[in-house]
Structure formats: structure tokens, C-alpha cells
Design a protein around this ligand. Structure first.
Ligand code: SF4
Ligand code: SF4
Length: 162
């Protein structure tokens, strides 16, 4: 929606709209649309179906966030999807020491992105919040910055046992 629609859904002048911002982005509604109509009440008379649509989307995600962790980040954020492309080459990463991991699954419940770290230590959804490393009592999750191990014992990731 962010890349393809502006490329192909164009007007007679060959110009595409910022479709994601215009019709979907709840962050824009919360941080720009709502403050603007409160600060400039005169604008309220011109609110149309697009604003109502975006307001509904915002309310939906807020309600969803009450019962689930980071629903917008996990399902709709194009920025997160773009950043995830670089997860393989990021300098700051968490590694799993398989020799220490007991598969206790304590890291599952705390992950805001729904990652099961011991099953998928290189998951593209990981945002390196380190919540899992804090709850791992077996010191199996190590933070590395470049080649430098900051937390934990192992310097490099262990090979997953067959
Ligand atoms: S909390 Fe630590 S030991 Fe337990 S499953 Fe996760 S990584 Fe393995
Ligand atoms: S660092 Fe955060 S996002 Fe990544 S697996 Fe651990 S808890 Fe999940």
C-alpha cells in the first residue's frame, strides 16, 4: 500500500497520493488529525468520510492494543516491515546459547512481538527490547553489539543441536 499504490494509482498528471497516510495510518490521526481539529475548530465543519474512516481505524487499534501487545506494529506498520528487512545485518542482536537453554519457555510470555525466542532466535519480528533476556534465568540469551558480547557468557551463537 505504501509503495505500490502511489506508483500505480495515479491521477491524470501522473501523480500518486500518499495512500497509506491518507486512508489508513492511525498514528497520523492521533498525532496530527485530532490535535488539528481541536486546535482549529473551524475545520470540524469539513470533516468527511475519510476522517471518520481513519478515526474508526484508530479506535480499532486502540481497543486491540488493550487485549494484545503492539497490534499495529505486528500487523500493519510499514516502517516495521521495512526495518525487518535489515534484521539479518543489524549490529545489535540477541543470540541464543543452545547449551544453556532449557526450553522453559519463560521468554515466550514476555515478548511484545509474539516471538518464541528459543524456537526462532533470528526472527525478523524481534525489536531487541531484551525483555526475554531479562526473564531468562539460565543466561541463555546474550546481547551482542558487533562482535562484542555485552551480556551472557557465550561470544558467538551456538549451533542448534540436531
Ligand atoms: S527463557 Fe531462556 S532457557 Fe527458557 S526457553 Fe527462553 S531462552 Fe531458553
Ligand atoms: S528481544 Fe524483545 S522482541 Fe526480541 S524476542 Fe526478546 S522479547 Fe521478543
Amino acid at each position: 500500500m505504501v509503495i505500490l499504490l502511489p506508483l500505480f494509482a495515479i491521477d491524470e498528471f501522473g501523480t500518486g497520493d500518499p495512500w497509506f497516510c491518507e486512508y489508513f495510518c492511525p498514528a497520523g490521526t492521533l498525532e496530527a488529525g485530532l490535535p488539528m481539529i481541536f486546535l482549529q475548530p473551524i475545520l470540524q465543519a469539513n470533516l468527511g468520510w475519510i476522517f471518520l474512516l481513519k478515526l474508526c481505524i484508530l479506535i480499532l487499534f486502540i481497543a486491540w492494543a488493550v487485549i494484545s501487545s503492539r497490534p499495529f506494529c505486528r500487523t500493519a506498520c510499514p516502517l516495521g516491515a521495512f526495518y525487518a528487512l535489515f534484521s539479518k545485518i543489524k549490529l545489535v542482536r540477541l543470540n541464543l546459547d543452545y547449551s544453556r537453554c532449557t526450553n522453559c519457555e519463560a521468554c515466550h510470555d514476555v515478548c511484545p512481538m509474539g516471538v518464541r525466542f528459543n524456537e526462532s532466535p533470528n526472527d525478523m519480528e524481534c525489536i531487541t527490547c531484551m525483555s526475554c533476556s531479562k526473564v531468562c534465568k539460565h543466561n541463555a540469551i546474550n546481547l551482542e553489539i558487533g562482535e562484542l558480547s555485552i551480556l551472557g557468557k557465550s561470544k558467538r551463537p551456538q549451533t542448534k543441536p540436531a
